[in-house]
Design a protein around this ligand. Structure first.
Ligand SMILES: [Fe+2]
Ligand SMILES: [Fe+2]
Length: 500
């Protein structure tokens, strides 16, 4: 039996329909950003040029700095953070594209060029930024970029200078190699790590935006999920491994990212177009945003919830809809709105909030529900007696196919994850423990994946293909006896997927 939550948090049984459309970065008008955006770009341009020539104490530099700071503050008063983004050669401020006219063309092109040179996709100014910090940032940002690791070096210099209220996001090129026949495994590994940490950071921003009653950044979510979709079409192994590492402190962030990766994997296996797969990922990223309004004491309560606490918990799908409807482009947010509302509704229509009979569930919802339940069941939580190993969670979901979950979705999910999903810790018939690091390519050998041995001294062990036979005989060298849930191996397991 699937355990029914006594607590709100994970979406034990979460479950959503509408024609998906590619996300457009074009946004609806926003008067303040429309008015102040070009001015901000102009001041960034003049400040950038000035600090390249003069010291920060110079009067021209001081004027440029104070004009820039004043504009940031004016925007920040209403908008909170101010994010300057370059995507596909267009400059946006808080997701509002800066309109280029003859006056603004020079500064806009200059800024795009300077950001691209430093592999920066976004400059995010927190409202707390002060004049001195802004000055240090400008001096370092506009200094001549280095030849190698331009972004990494800049980020390090900013950190050393104590710049904490201005954050940079790295521009990740849509990697051509991901579509090449010969894939460089290390590059995919690094790309997977980059996009996962970026997605988790993004979820932090989303939660902060909601707390400050600001709209969430849809175009940024779109860029992240398109990158994930690129990786999934190449080799999702590392992504699935990273999703199996449970972050207990940042549960809500990592849970949303894990659900996004896993539901996109299902969407891909079900044959959805890449842009639709990315849409599934966006809806999954936002499925639990309504929980921002549920107190942590309820989300993490070890005991059963009182009826009043349940009532509050059961409002999180609708609270999510209210938050997401603040988005600048509602049309682009439509799928996510449905999924937020319906993600606790199951294939059989049970769940909450109660579904009026004529309603159909959104097709994305079926995929996101399975991913949601899987991630919840495999993550230790204070209120759940038992955390399932990945293979047990899969078996349980398989048993409920056609009842709680869409059977086609279940089939696609199991096909993608295998018998022992990547990241499962297993005990072998030799008494050794190991972590699954890759599925066997042959369907009939799904129960014989590639593993890395876990050593008691913590050192990384040998990689073993469990399909290897002992000599010429029919016997296999090693066979999985059972999967285990053992916290001792968590760090070693993480080392198999995390790039240091
Ligand atoms: Fe969830
Ligand atoms: Fe939920």
């Amino acid at each position: 039996m699937i355990e029914h939550r006594t607590n709100p948090d994970d979406c034990a049984f979460d479950a959503a329909g509408g024609a998906p459309e590619p996300i457009s970065c074009a946004t609806e008008p926003n008067g303040l950003v429309d008015r102040l955006g070009p001015l901000l770009v102009h001041y960034l341009f003049s400040a950038g040029r000035t600090v390249q020539i003069h010291d920060l104490t110079n009067r021209a530099a001081q004027t440029a700095l104070s004009n820039l700071l004043e504009t940031l503050r004016e925007l920040g008063e209403t908008e909170g953070r101010v994010a300057v983004t370059v995507a596909t050669d267009l400059l946006s401020i808080n997701d509002v594209r800066v309109v280029v006219d003859t006056q603004s063309m020079g500064p806009v092109l200059y800024l795009i060029d300077e950001m691209k040179k430093r592999k920066v996709e976004e400059i995010d100014f927190a409202p707390e930024v002060a004049a001195e910090e802004l000055g240090s940032f400008l001096k370092l940002f506009f200094s001549e970029p280095s030849e190698e690791d331009v972004f990494g070096e800049l980020a390090r210099k900013l950190s050393d200078a104590g710049v904490v209220n201005i954050r940079l996001a790295e521009r990740i090129e849509r990697l051509k190699y991901l579509r090449d026949a010969k894939v460089n495994k290390q590059e995919v590994r690094e790309e997977s790590n980059r996009v996962m940490s970026r997605a988790i950071m993004f979820m932090g921003e989303v939660m902060r935006a909601i707390a400050q009653r600001r709209p969430v950044q849809l175009p940024k979510a779109s860029r992240i999920t398109q990158q994930i979709a690129d990786i999934i079409r190449t080799d999702e192994t590392i992504l699935v491994g990273l999703a199996s590492i449970k972050d207990y402190d940042e549960y809500t962030f990592s849970h949303s990212v894990n659900v996004s990766v896993l539901s996109m994997l299902i969407a891909d296996r079900m044959g959805l177009h890449k842009s639709d797969t990315a849409q599934v990922g966006i809806a999954a990223l936002f499925h639990d945003v309504g929980k921002t309004h549920v107190p942590q004491a309820i989300l993490n309560k070890p005991d059963s919830l009182t009826p009043e606490e349940w009532q509050l918990m059961e409002r999180h799908p609708m609270l999510g809809v209210i938050e997401l409807s603040r988005a600048r482009s509602l049309r682009a947010m439509a799928d996510a709105l449905f999924v937020s509302l319906q993600h606790h509704l199951l294939y059989n229509g049970k769940g909450y909030p109660a579904k009026p009979a004529p309603w159909e569930l959104h097709p994305f919802n079926h995929m996101i529900t399975v991913a949601d339940v899987y991630d919840a069941m495999t993550t230790p939580r204070v209120y759940r007696k038992q955390t399932l190993t990945p293979d047990s969670a899969l078996r349980l979901i398989a048993r409920k196919g056609g009842e709680m979950f869409d059977p086609l979705v279940v089939k696609a999910f199991i096909g993608a994850m295998g018998v022992y999903p990547v990241g499962t810790v297993v005990k072998l018939d030799t008494g050794e423990h190991a972590v699954v690091t890759r599925q066997n390519e042959h369907c009939r050998l799904m129960h014989r994946p590639v593993v890395v041995l876990l050593r008691d001294d913590g050192a990384s062990g040998e990689q073993i293909d469990l399909a290897e036979r002992a000599g010429d005989g029919p016997k296999y060298r090693r066979t999985i006896v059972e999967s285990v849930h053992d916290k001792r191996y968590e760090a070693q397991k993480a080392n198999c997927f995390i790039v240091k």
